[in-house]
Design a binder for this molecule. Structure first.
Ligand code: ADP
Ligand code: MG
Length: 357
């Protein structure tokens, strides 16, 4: 079942088109990551879904119910945020500093839909939520007595307490350091999976989007430019800009003919893209698609410029020079393998390659 339908939603702030004809759907129980650079409209989109921002055009349906419709002839439909059954963790989702952890979580339960609950039921729900986010027994703490990661977990517990139909998280880990961010990603995903939540997580971090979500929507200047599962997004980006935004991309000139790519690396299998036959094209190769092979077996290769070592892998910068011109490329190699500057490496390419006009 479609949990969320966003249909041609636009929103303008004076000169800025924050959202432009956004169309998105999300199935029940799935996690969608909205990925894009700062200022592309991610927060505006979440706020429009939650009901804090009124779009200029379009429709929004949650659970099959229209919560927003700008097109109705009689009257604008615009359900109040508190009646949309949404758990929202805002971008700078801070806890109420003067309330205990328990009271912070219970705050969400005092909204309209939870008024029927008894005090005891609410207290029980708070305990359940503390357990869910791995913070049982810490309900009496004040927010300032918690670490950054613990505060984020409580913000999530507060959003989940009323059993929302849809959970919206706006850059929930951006204020945390790298190690904690990665640990918390896994925890939050496990927590949301445990309750089969339908969720949207906003991020400008491609690793976060690829590792957490079932579906990634890439936004650029208010437009949703691609919606794909993480593997397809990385392998078959819709254009060069998306390719570069979701990972390292090497861009090379080539010719596309008869469904194949002709390049300095010989004939390559065409994975997709928008280049048509016989046109000069631009191809995109991921650094890990290059594999070192003995020079006598390979016509193609390059001289090592430098190796940047990262521990689990290294990025080797090479210079190729042939009839296609001179170009620097980067190759990713696993483990502790390093190469000396000036060394010649034969290269082959594994996997299919995308070509663009
Ligand atoms: P993101 O979350 O992707 O960084 P936002 O949705 O916050 O982007 O903003 C998208 C664009 O809309 C930006 O150019 C921003 O400056 C503008 N914007 C957002 N909210 C408002 C507002 N209330 N008034 C005017 N401009 C706004
Ligand atoms: Mg934002």
């Amino acid at each position: 079942m479609k949990k969320l339908i966003i249909d041609r939603v636009s929103k303008q702030f004076s000169a800025v088109q924050a959202l432009s004809d956004v169309h998105l759907t999300l199935e029940e129980g799935k996690m969608l990551a909205v990925l894009g650079p700062s200022g592309c409209g991610k927060t505006t989109l979440l706020r429009a879904i939650a009901g804090f921002e009124t779009p200029d055009t379009g429709r929004i349906l949650i659970n099959g119910q229209t919560v927003f419709d700008a097109q109705t002839s009689t009257k604008l439909i615009n359900t109040k945020p508190e009646h949309r059954k949404i758990g929202y963790v805002p971008q700078h989702g801070v806890l109420f500093p003067h309330l205990t952890v328990e009271k912070n979580i219970a705050f969400g339960l005092s909204s309209a839909d939870s008024k029927r609950q008894t005090k005891q039921q609410k207290a029980q729900r708070v305990i359940e939520m503390l357990e869910l986010v791995g913070m049982a027994g810490l309900g009496q703490r004040m927010p300032h007595e918690l670490s950054g990661g613990q505060q984020q977990r409580i913000a999530l517990a507060r959003a989940l307490a009323p059993s929302p139909s849809l959970v919206l998280l706006d850059e929930p880990f951006s204020a945390l350091d790298a190690g904690l961010r990665i640990a918390l990603r896994e925890e939050v995903k496990a927590t949301l999976n445990a309750i089969a939540a339908t969720a949207i997580i906003v991020t400008h971090d491609q690793e976060e989007a690829l590792s957490m979500a079932d579906l990634v929507a890439v936004m650029r200047q208010g437009k949703c430019v691609q919606v794909s599962d993480p593997v397809s997004l990385y392998q078959y980006p819709t254009d060069i800009n998306v390719a570069k935004f979701v990972g390292d991309a090497i861009v090379l000139p080539a010719v596309v003919a008869n469904g194949s790519i002709h390049s300095r690396f010989g004939t390559l299998a065409l994975a997709g893209g928008c280049a048509t036959d016989s046109k000069s094209a631009t191809i995109m190769i991921r650094p890990e698609q290059f594999v070192v092979s003995p020079p006598h077996e390979q016509q193609f290769g390059g001289h090592v410029l430098k190796t940047i070592y990262y521990g689990h892998n290294a990025l080797v910068h090479l210079k190729t020079e042939d009839q296609w011109g001179a170009q620097e490329i980067q190759m990713r190699v696993n483990g502790a393998r390093t190469f000396s500057p000036g060394e010649y490496l034969g290269l082959k390419i594994e996997g299919a390659v995308m070509a663009y006009e």
